[in-house]
Design a protein around this ligand. Structure first.
Ligand code: ZN
Length: 271
């Protein structure tokens, strides 16, 4: 059984078939999904929790967990109201993580200092609520600028919390992967690992320790190679797991076991 550690199940792209989509995930061997609670902005931060309440306990569906957070581009809306809503959501038992939060210098939907400020305030809330964080980090034009800033912030405002987190949809180099592990983070690989031009990323993945990895879809985006261009969904996480198993020279059963164990360990959950 696999865990999809990052999917936007509340996306409107599942409006017509969310139940069938989740049933397909279960049939494909996905035992749990971490449903990301960022919506299209803070006003929709609660939607992922709503899905947990709708589906959990029903046979034939994966177990759902959720997160809540304010995406880097939405930090212009990270006012006291939004942060109070985040704090209240993180108090709910199903909301096991704060995210996805971080820095995005590629699109820069918010000024860098606004992103940084919103990121730090959310780290403080997550630390107080004892929730690991889900990090989104993307540099401008193939540089590591956002990663350099990210590590400065994490060293100063997060390491001492001792909670770690997940580097979601990892796309940086070996140095960033190692620093992430050193900060107690798991490195999560998404469907882009399967893309033809992702050879540098596959080289990083091939060097990863088994106790430091996760797999995810980032659905509805980033469908793996065979389904590329289509809407992604948690059932397709098996493709990324298969690619990762090949790179690490282990079986698909071993990759499933390792990533599932890592997920439950990080969040202190019992399957
Ligand atoms: Zn995402």
């Amino acid at each position: 059984m696999l865990i999809d550690s990052h999917a936007h199940l509340d996306s409107e792209r599942y409006f017509g078939d969310r139940e069938a989509m989740l049933a397909r995930a279960w049939a494909a061997g996905v035992e749990a999904v971490l449903s990301i609670g960022i919506g299209e902005g803070p006003a929709e931060m609660h939607q992922a929790l709503g899905l947990c309440r709708q589906f959990n306990g029903r046979p034939g569906f994966p177990r759902l967990y959720s997160s809540a957070g304010i995406y880097p581009h939405s930090t212009t809306q990270a006012d006291d109201n939004a942060l109070a809503k985040l704090d209240a959501l993180l108090a709910e038992p199903e909301v096991i993580a704060c995210g996805e939060i971080g820095l995005d210098y590629y699109h820069e939907g918010a000024a860098r200092n606004v992103q940084r400020e919103g990121f730090i305030r959310q780290l403080e809330i997550a630390a107080a609520r004892k929730r690991p964080v889900l990090i989104h980090c993307r540099g401008s034009n193939e540089t590591t600028d956002a990663w350099d800033d990210l590590f400065l912030v994490l060293e100063e405002h997060w390491r001492s919390a001792g909670l770690g987190g997940i580097m979601h949809c990892f796309g940086a180099g070996w140095e960033q992967a190692q620093r992430s592990l050193g900060l107690g983070f798991l490195v999560s690989f998404a469907g882009n690992l399967t893309y033809p031009k992702a050879e540098p990323l596959r080289e990083v993945a091939a060097r990863m320790p088994l106790d430091g990895i996760l797999v995810e879809t980032d659905a509805p985006w980033l469908a793996p190679a065979p389904q590329r261009g289509q809407r992604n969904e948690p059932a397709f996480v098996a493709q990324t797991a298969q690619t990762l198993a090949g790179l690490l020279n282990i079986s698909e059963a071993e990759i499933a076991l390792a990533t599932t164990k890592n997920f439950y360990r990080l969040f202190n959950l019992r399957p």
